[in-house]
Design a protein around this ligand. Structure first.
Ligand code: NAD
Length: 266
């Protein structure tokens, strides 16, 4: 005899009691994800190169022991180790990692003029940083059936001219995501989010914060009718970090207001 399928109540705080580490979590999309995690009942440990921005988050959130900040450079292994050790000391068990830190500027100029040094800087932050943080948190995540969310970009799938370094790092993140999902399963799930145009000006540290200067045309070109916000990415990140998505791993999800499915012939 089978039991009758029941109607489960929607869990509005699916991350209650969980601790999530977020790289580049002091500004922009990372801050949006951190606030969504806090809203979903979780604890956050944000890491960022910018200490002024990190400290401002903790002061502005005013959530007591549920949030903390540690200085982090994701491209340096010693810094990654120190940051994760600080999270363990502060929170105990670690349940999630969001690899968000990145050099977000996509345009690096014509390939013939792109220096090896600049290419390597993009790789070090946007791709190697995700490798290092994932590597050093994997055992913690395995112990607690954790999840990783990698923040890539729709530029992993489509391009404007002169963006090879950025696009290559974001494409690399998609491959890293499915590879790690296979290696780390069934204990750890790994997924990626591909944001489109996300306006982050209002999510910067207080000294640099301003309203985004977006035109009617900027919004209207999106099939969803508007440019994206960090909250749009935070909502999906919470879902992918929570048990509500426990049958989803190795996948990537586009959050771009429909821009990548819009056919364009001039
Ligand atoms: N904003 C967008 O439209 C957009 C679109 C697609 C993808 N993304 C991706 O989302 C992520 C966040 O982008 P954003 O627009 O919020 O950028 P942002 O510049 O507003 O914020 C990035 C944060 O990461 C920090 N950071 C940079 N290098 C770091 C390092 N080496 N170690 C630790 N922290 C570091 C910065 O100090 C900053 O606080 C990036 O990976 C970016 O490529 C952004």
């Amino acid at each position: 005899m089978t039991t009758t399928p029941s109607i489960a109540a929607f869990d509005a705080t699916p991350l209650a009691g969980k601790t999530i580490l977020i790289t580049g979590g002091a500004q922009g999309i990372g801050r949006g994800i951190a606030q969504a995690v806090l809203g979903a009942g979780g604890n956050v440990f944000i890491g960022d190169l910018d200490a002024e921005a990190g400290k401002a988050c903790i002061a502005e959130w005013n959530v007591g022991k549920r949030a903390a900040f540690g200085v982090l450079d994701v491209s340096r292994e010693a810094s990654v180790r120190r940051w994760i050790a600080a999270a363990r000391k502060r929170f105990g068990p670690l349940h999630g990692l969001v690899n968000n830190a990145g050099i977000a500027h996509a345009h690096t100029g014509p390939l013939g003029e792109l220096s090896l040094d600049l290419w390597n800087r993009y790789l070090a932050t946007n791709l190697t940083g995700t490798f290092l943080c994932s590597k050093h948190m994997l055992d913690d995540l395995k112990q607690h059936k954790g999840a990783v969310v990698n923040i890539a970009s729709t530029r992993a799938l489509q391009s404007e001219a002169d963006s090879e370094a950025y696009a290559a790092t974001k494409g690399g993140l998609l491959a890293f995501t499915h590879a790690l999902a296979i290696s780390a399963g069934p204990h750890v799930r790994v997924n990626a989010i591909l944001p489109g145009w996300i306006a982050t000006d209002a999510w910067r540290k207080p000294t640099e914060r301003h309203a985004p200067a977006l035109s009617r045309r900027d919004h209207a070109q999106h099939p969803a009718g508007r440019v994206g916000t960090p909250e749009d990415i935070g909502a999906l990140a919470v879902f992918l970090l929570s048990a509500q998505s426990s049958f989803i791993t190795g996948q990537h999800f586009v959050v771009d207001g429909g821009m990548t499915v819009k056919m364009q012939y001039v």
